[in-house]
Write a protein that binds this ligand. Structure first.
Ligand code: MG
Length: 261
């Protein structure tokens, strides 16, 4: 099932996609919900980020080949960082190019959306119960600032640096999905989620031992090799098998440093 969040006639709704139509749901997508009978063509709505997380937990260097391409050692346990909810944008949203940075990279990733509160999950617990579904994610990163600052907060946290969408897909096996990123239509990243060092179930248990995860929180599971810079005016597409394509553009910057949207 593909769950979209969207605006239609100034109302924000959740809906399930069937064919080219969205069927609005009543109730919470995190609990029980009912799919309505009336539908709206997807072409007539404005798509929004599919979740409003209280936090986004990023996993660094979760693909061996990506660790190597940036000259980093392969981590022995998950490397965590946070992205703020203020950075979230959705499908077709515009990524701002911050004045402080001269190198802003795309990172195509698989995002996990949490379904219910998860705290201190043990090995015996079925992690599936805590997963609502999966989405594409672009973990936009100011690479020059990440190197300069050593820790990741500034580099990962600019407004618009957390693109998620286009929808949440339920019932998906995250173990062997093709993941691709295109820059201006050219293939830049191509891998499989089977190449993750730490799989989804391990990551959820691990993070839950550090911080409580709430419904709608997002864990973004790391990027494969092939990261690179985006320029103002570029278009970037993150495509994951079984989910779809998350498309964004990068805002143009005028010579005085202001961002033109
Ligand atoms: Mg990343």
């Amino acid at each position: 099932m593909k769950i979209y969040r969207f605006e239609h006639k100034n109302v924000i709704l959740y809906g399930v996609l069937r064919g080219e139509n969205l069927y609005p749901v009543s109730g919470s997508i995190f609990e029980e919900f009912r799919v309505g009978e009336r539908s709206i063509p997807i072409s007539r709505v404005v798509l929004l980020p599919p979740v409003e997380p209280t936090k986004i937990v990023g996993i660094g260097r979760n693909y061996r080949a990506h660790s190597r391409e940036l000259g980093n050692p392969v981590p022995q346990e998950p490397l965590l960082f946070l992205k703020p909810p203020s950075a979230v944008i959705g499908p077709n949203g515009v990524i701002s190019y911050p004045e402080m940075s001269e190198r802003v990279d795309y990172e195509g990733e698989l995002a996990v959306v949490i379904k219910k509160e998860a705290r201190q999950l043990s090995e015996e617990v079925d992690v599936e119960e805590f997963i609502l579904g999966y989405a594409c994610f672009n973990d936009v990163t100011a690479r020059d600032l990440q190197v300069k600052d050593v820790q990741f907060t500034r580099a990962k946290s600019f407004d618009t640096f957390a693109s998620i969408g286009p929808c949440i897909v339920t019932g998906l096996d995250p173990a062997g999905l093709r993941i691709k990123t295109f820059l201006n239509g050219k293939l830049r990243q191509s891998s499989s989620t089977r190449n993750m060092l730490f799989p989804v179930s391990f990551l959820i248990r691990y993070v839950s031992r550090i911080m409580t995860l709430y419904p709608g929180d997002v864990i973004t599971t790391g990027t494969p090799e092939g990261v690179g810079p985006m320029a103002p005016g570029d278009r970037v597409d993150v495509q994951i098998e079984g989910i779809g394509t998350l498309s964004n553009t990068v805002a143009a910057r005028d010579p005085r440093g202001a961002v033109l949207i």
